[in-house]
Design a protein around this ligand. Structure first.
Ligand SMILES: *Cc1c(COP(=O)(O)O)cnc(C)c1O
Length: 381
């Protein structure tokens, strides 16, 4: 199935494959590791790049009933895709947006006393006990009440004006299983949680689910692992890959010795090399930081492709719309103009692609471009 509005694969420079069955399977794997807690799904940033309209029905079909997004606009899209779900907006309550929350039955994640006061005032004016989450910051210093503020929550009269359906905090580095900050955050959150008995609590993200000594609590909030990212970087990835990316070869050419490839001449052919030019670039969200600056044959921490099953390195700077790859090692008759090569897939996992671009797989996923033909596999539809 190709997404509505998506261009045909034959006309696309890149073809993005999304395996919705793997997405559903990953959700079930996370649920089985959640110690009985409800397993929500974080679908912010267009479901980490794969598409809210496709991801949400697949996750709901697997049994997911609670979704988190960053923006109100994303929440409205989730509401269309999952009419009965609980939907939380992580980035807080913006002034004057109460009526939109009420209209679409959405829940703000309140992270300051100002937001709590505004939501309580809105609920009083509406004479409705609307639902919201409260976020307590236990170390990120980004969003949420401080722990001392959290410990005063039980004395705040505003809490009677709305229904607090979740008390949550967020790990700073749960993917580092040995980081002492994890235990410190659990302890700080536990202090606030135990002062507010009866309110469901939520702490773990993807990696947090796999921490050995975390408390179970009532709800877990995985994002990255749903989409195939490894939540346990020091161990084998327990998740299935969800995303594959192919790029089309526009041209194949020979570059003579002592000639350079790409903008600013940052890659030098020491001998005659064969170059494949791919119709994907940084405007498609493939990072320019994956550029290969050096000489042919260098082992560079830079982008890599699989061409007819063989690893072939990037050559030169990634352009806006094109990537150049050294395919000299592939027998000449095995590839031709119009063939596709793999940018994400096989050993080129989203984590590995991120590492080769000096970033994390999260940024690779959420940057997935709008010019790809999107092919969805499996799922309900
Ligand atoms: C993004 C986010 C998550 C999901 O984190 P992953 O590492 O992708 O699993 C959970 N909770 C909050 C508050 C977030 O912002």
């Amino acid at each position: 199935m190709t997404a509505a509005g998506s261009i045909p694969e034959t006309a696309a420079g890149g073809i993005l494959h999304v395996d919705l069955d793997a997405l559903a399977s990953n959700w079930r794997t996370l649920r089985d590791n959640a110690s009985g807690a409800e397993t929500a799904a974080v679908v912010k940033a267009n479901a980490y790049g794969i598409g809210i309209e496709q991801a949400v029905p697949a996750l709901a079909g697997a049994g997911c009933r609670t979704f988190f997004v960053a923006h109100l606009s994303e929440a409205i899209r989730v509401r269309s895709a999952a009419p009965g779900a609980a939907i939380y907006v992580l980035n807080g309550l913006f002034s004057g947006t109460g009526p939109t929350y009420a209209e679409f039955d959405l829940r703000p994640v309140l992270g300051s006393f100002e937001e709590i006061e505004e939501w309580a005032g809105f609920c009083r004016a509406q004479r409705r006990n609307l639902k919201a989450a409260i976020h307590v910051d236990t170390g990120m210093n980004r969003l949420g009440l401080t722990v001392p503020q959290g410990l005063t929550l039980r004395d705040r009269t505003e809490l009677k004006d709305f229904e607090t359906t979740l008390l949550m905090s967020h790990f700073v580095s749960a993917e580092e299983s040995g980081n002492p900050l994890n235990g410190q955050q659990i302890e700080a959150f536990e202090a606030v949680r135990s002062s507010l008995p009866g309110i469901p609590a939520s702490l773990p993200n993807s990696s947090g689910i796999f921490l050995a000594d975390r408390p179970g609590y009532d709800l877990v909030r995985p994002g990255y692992a749903l989409y195939g990212g490894n939540p346990t970087p020091d161990r084998v990835n327990p998740m299935k890959p969800v995303v594959g990316l192919e790029a089309r070869i526009v041209q194949l050419r020979w570059v003579e010795a002592d000639h350079t490839v790409g903008y600013n001449g940052r890659w030098l052919a020491l001998a005659r090399r064969r170059i494949a030019t791919l119709s994907v670039g940084y405007a498609d969200g493939f990072p320019r930081a994956a550029s290969a600056r050096g000489k042919s044959g260098d082992e560079l921490l830079a982008g890599m492709t699989l061409v007819a099953g063989r690893p072939c390195p990037f050559a030169g700077n990634v352009s806006m719309d094109l990537i150049t790859v050294d395919v000299t090692d592939v027998p000449e008759n095995e590839i031709r103009r119009g063939d596709t090569v793999t940018l994400i897939g096989g050993d080129l996992t989203v984590d590995e692609v991120g590492r080769r671009a000096g970033t994390i797989g999260y940024e690779i996923l959420t940057g997935l471009g709008s010019r790809y033909a999107r092919a969805y596999h499996g799922g309900q539809g």
